[in-house]
Design a protein around this ligand. Structure first.
Ligand code: PAN
Ligand code: ZN
Length: 195
């Protein structure tokens, strides 16, 4: 982790930062139970444990005044009719927001709140997305060939709650319907018991 002011550059070809503290790689095997078509998931996994997405993190102390930031890259591909996507999460400190600036590619951010609101926003090169406090978020790459590359920034104390989405899923899915992305209700959405 850097001390004091610092800067880095993003090369314009692949946007990998010239400096980073952490490089996270998530493979198909780490998305167990997250895809709608479980049979297609098992079938694909039996062939190869594909790399679905990567995150280059600039680490910061985990306190409210800091801003964690980095680059996320979702590779192109599908499991059944569902596009490659991130796990998705709520922030542990629910009242923390996030900003995503799309640098390359095409996709969607699927979002929802514990209160039942949902939203799906388009991501394309040049678009800036504000994810307000309380909104869980998952990014999805709908381009058949290109990476979805985004710069993100959020408060240092936010933390990640993956468990809620792992057990209940998102209310909405984005599926490939004959070459066009379609937003559908998640038939496997598993609401919390008190709803
Ligand atoms: C991003 C995400 C990144 C990977 O930095 O962490 O896109 O997605 P998952 O964390 O859901 O695997 C972010 O939203 N941080 O809070
Ligand atoms: Zn986040």
């Amino acid at each position: 982790m850097k001390k004091g002011p610092f800067s880095f550059t993003l090369d314009t070809a692949n946007f990998i930062p010239s400096y980073f503290d952490n490089h996270i790689q998530r493979h198909l095997s780490q998305m167990k139970g997250q895809y709608l078509d479980q049979e297609a998931y098992q079938e694909k996994l039996s062939q190869s444990d594909d790399l679905l997405y990567e995150v280059y993190e600039l680490k910061r102390p985990e306190v409210a005044g800091e801003i964690l930031h980095g680059i996320s890259i979702v590779h192109p591909g599908k499991v059944g009719r569902e596009y490659y996507m991130t796990k998705g999460h709520f922030h542990t400190v629910l009242d923390t927001a996030e900003i995503y600036y799309t640098l390359k590619g095409q996709g969607y951010m699927v979002m929802e709140t514990p209160e039942g609101d949902w939203a799906v926003e388009k991501l394309k090169a040049g678009s800036v997305l504000y994810v307000p406090p309380r909104w869980a978020h998952r990014s999805i790459n709908v381009d058949p060939e290109e990476d979805l590359v985004m710069f993100f920034a959020y408060p240092g104390n936010a933390g990640h709650d993956y468990g809620t989405i792992e057990t209940q899923g998102f209310r909405k899915l984005v599926l490939d319907a004959d070459g066009e992305p379609e937003i559908v209700d998640n038939p496997r959405w598993n609401p919390p018991e008190n709803e």
